[in-house]
Write a protein of this length. Structure first.
Length: 581
């Protein structure tokens, strides 16, 4: 039906194949290229062919692998190793035969070499063998061989294309490859998961592979070091662990490097089609900006809500609440969308909103994504809003049954921030309003060079303290004002008809933080927003405005928001407490 040359070299046969050092063409590869093209064009399948793939993937003692041909069709993928010229097999060992009769032993059997390359591509996520069958073959176009071994049990002639086949016009190399894939399908334990690829599924894989196979840097060990240097991360073991596992959950609190590791994962897999989902709009904007700065364009970034809305299109109402049932309904009526990997940041915020059916759908062509897809999920139960009532532990447990699990226990930030996180952690341990009031008093009485608390008893004293805090913060790009949501319902006595939140947002020296401010910050004033809108982000200094006591019936969520606000500070925290009337 069709032959598609996906190689990086095009033009005449000599230009595509290349030459030996002495200037002669690589005859074995040239003869195979001509035969592959001829037979694949007559095949009822679509054949995509890559020639001479050199990828710096360490495997089997080698620093890189060099694949002669990779062929992909609706039924699967074949890694083809070609050995041209004179070949001899003596006692099961393979030799190159020179013109003067000299024999030069090969380092390993061509069949072992092709098999090694097969697993190198699978283990390094170039090909996903949970979605497409992968096998190998060996071609000796100038050597006739009845078998590869006198022992029938180890004879590999089923995977052999030799001179007799090559010179027989009744033989088809495309049919030969198809027979290998059919045999693999019939004898594979994974056959219940794999099916013959549709045109769209095949084109999706080819689209993913085309840039990936030419993006050599993402596989090399040195590039991993560059990723770590870029991110100021020292944990090479975790990144290597991410390379070995297709499905990973990472648990960690503020400052342990979850979002940083997500960006490292994206950079390492540049060239693959990725999706990054997070909970809030500001975090989405920040991740987008970071990826643009690093020229990483193959990973789409959405908030979870915006992504679900994009799938539903006009059928989704703007103010409709997302639930697991709605997500399932949207997925059932939506054309299949596939991503090579999915990253979910702050998963504790959206785990009960249809994340599992979504992963099942968009990371697998067979609807079994949590078992066979590729995903990286970051979560922190402590930072989950209302997590006790939403069965987040149970949902995370369901995912843990299908994925590797890592815990990031160490705070990666500076010493002052570790102390800030320690103070925040204690907030979550408080069990009453009186304990909260007492804890604020305890903090204020202890001297902390990185933390200060100002108690405000009235609107006038709050306005004065707020103006002083803004005036003292000269670094506008590394400072943020975060206000507790309780003040969105507390009326200001100084500004009639306005809530305290709105009143503070109008003060000189601040501006409302929005998405555009992430990529083009307003340096003339300090950004202002609510604590929960800033969740997932962090900055050097936080001016935090919180109630002196809890007036709501939900102490847990009240304290949770205070905890989130405190942990947004990396270096310095200035707290203003206000006694609500």
């Amino acid at each position: 039906m069709a032959f598609f040359n996906k190689s990086r070299r095009t033009g005449t046969l000599e230009e595509v194949i290349g030459r030996h050092e002495d200037g002669t063409i690589l005859q074995g590869e040239a003869d195979m290229y001509v035969r592959i093209q001829k037979d694949c064009e007559k095949s009822p399948l679509h054949w995509y062919v890559w020639y001479d793939l050199s990828l710096p993937i360490p495997y089997g003692g080698q620093s890189e692998i060099q694949i002669d041909f990779l062929l992909i069709c609706e039924k699967g993928a074949i890694i083809l190793e070609v050995k041209g010229g004179g070949i001899e097999v003596i006692g099961g060992r393979y030799y190159y035969s020179g013109k003067n009769g000299t024999l030069t032993p090969m380092k390993c059997s061509p069949f072992d070499q092709a098999n090694h390359y097969k697993w190198a591509l699978i283990n390094n996520k170039v090909l996903n063998n949970d979605q497409i069958f992968v096998d190998y073959a060996v071609a000796f176009p100038h050597k006739g061989m009845n078998s590869t071994s006198t022992n029938e049990q180890v004879d590999l002639s089923f995977w052999l294309w030799d001179k007799k086949c090559h010179e027989d016009d009744n033989c088809s190399f495309a049919d030969f490859c198809e027979s290998i894939l059919d045999y693999a399908r019939e004898n594979s334990s994974k056959s219940r998961f794999i099916h013959i690829l549709s045109d769209k599924e095949l084109s999706d894989i080819v689209e993913i592979l085309s840039p990936t196979l030419e993006d050599k840097s993402r596989y090399s060990q040195s590039s991993l070091a560059e990723v770590l240097k870029w991110l100021h991360v020292e944990n090479m073991d975790i990144l290597q662990g991410l390379s070995k596992n297709k499905r990973v959950l990472i648990e960690g609190g503020p400052g342990t490097g979850k979002t940083t590791m997500a960006k490292a994962f994206i950079k390492k897999h540049n060239g693959l089609k990725g999706l990054y989902l997070c909970q809030n709009i500001l975090l989405q904007a920040k991740i987008k900006e970071d990826l643009v700065q690093e020229d990483l364009y193959n990973c789409e970034v959405y908030t979870y809500g915006r992504f679900i809305q994009s799938l539903a299109g006009s059928t989704f109402l703007q103010n409709e609440t997302i639930t697991s049932a709605i997500v399932k309904q949207i997925l059932d009526s939506n054309n299949h969308i596939f991503y090579d990997y999915v990253i979910i940041d702050e998963a504790q915020d959206i785990a009960d909103l249809g994340v599992i059916p979504l992963l099942n759908s968009i990371t697998s062509n067979t609807g079994n994504g949590i078992n066979i897809g590729s995903y990286l999920i970051f979560y922190d139960i402590e930072q989950g809003y209302n997590s006790n009532f939403r069965n987040i532990d149970g949902l995370i447990s369901d995912l843990l049954g299908c994925a590797a699990h890592y815990q990031l226990n160490e705070n990666k930030r500076v010493i002052t921030n570790k102390e800030i996180v320690r103070i925040a952690n204690h907030v979550l341990e408080l069990e009453s309003n009186d304990q909260y009031i007492g804890y604020l008093k305890e903090i204020s009485e202890n001297e902390h060079p990185y933390l200060s608390i100002t108690k405000c008893d009235c609107n006038k004293s709050l306005s004065r303290a707020f103006r002083a805090a803004i005036k003292q913060s000269s670094d506008t790009t590394n400072t943020v004002v975060l206000v507790h949501s309780a003040f969105k319902h507390t009326m200001s006595t100084a500004d009639a008809g306005m809530t305290l939140y709105d009143s503070l947002s109008c003060k000189p020296g601040v501006h409302i933080l929005d998405e555009k401010d992430i990529s083009n910050p307003d340096k003339s004033s300090i950004p202002f927003t609510s604590i929960l809108k800033y969740k997932g982000l962090e900055t050097h200094k936080v001016i935090l405005v919180i109630p002196e006591q809890c007036k709501s019936n939900d102490l847990r969520n009240f304290l949770f928001e205070v905890y989130v606000g405190i942990t947004r500070a990396m270096m310095e925290l200035q707290i203003l407490t206000f006694k609500q009337q």
